[in-house]
Design a protein around this ligand. Structure first.
Ligand code: ZN
Length: 157
């Protein structure tokens, strides 16, 4: 599966840039943990496509400490719990592209993708023309995820 950031013209790291801003529908950060955070994908593959990344700018999981990796997995699981409540997906894709050759849109800052899936959701337009129709307005997604997410201990939503 490809995760594409086709319109990423922002200078610098989109994750570090988002972290420097106030949380809201502008920076799309849903929740900050102690070591990692949850952010909506600005170019979602499906409605509810979110990402989990460490607070520190690091290109690969091996460079993170174990508690950070563990929190990334906990936050990924929290995303699935939350997205099930909102979108009732039939399945999920959960994964990371480590490095540009693997298709990482932001190779400098490692991140996990959590993508809700439904039978038959593969978008014909995406496959043919690399054009994607946004399934839901991002502001609406942001509001819904914020409303339904139940933070882990020590995390702020
Ligand atoms: Zn970064």
């Amino acid at each position: 599966m490809k995760y594409i950031n086709t319109a990423n013209k922002e200078s610098g790291c989109i994750f570090c840039n988002a972290l420097a801003k106030k949380d809201g529908s502008d920076n799309l950060i849903v929740l900050r943990g102690k070591r990692a955070f949850i952010i909506l994908n600005k170019f979602p593959y499906t409605s509810g496509h979110v990402m989990v990344a460490p607070l520190i700018h690091s290109a690969t999981l091996e460079d993170l400490d174990a508690p950070t990796r563990a929190e990334m997995m906990e936050l990924s699981t929290l995303c699935m719990t939350t997205l099930r409540k909102i979108y009732s997906p039939q399945a999920f894709n959960l994964g990371a592209n480590i490095g540009a050759a693997a298709g990482a849109g932001v190779p400098g800052h490692v991140h996990m993708h959590i993508v809700p899936r439904w039978n038959g959701d593969t978008n014909f337009m995406t496959a043919i023309a690399d054009v994607r129709v946004l399934p839901e307005d991002l502001n609406d997604t942001y509001k819904r995820v914020k409303e339904y997410i139940v933070p882990l201990d020590g995390a702020q939503a």
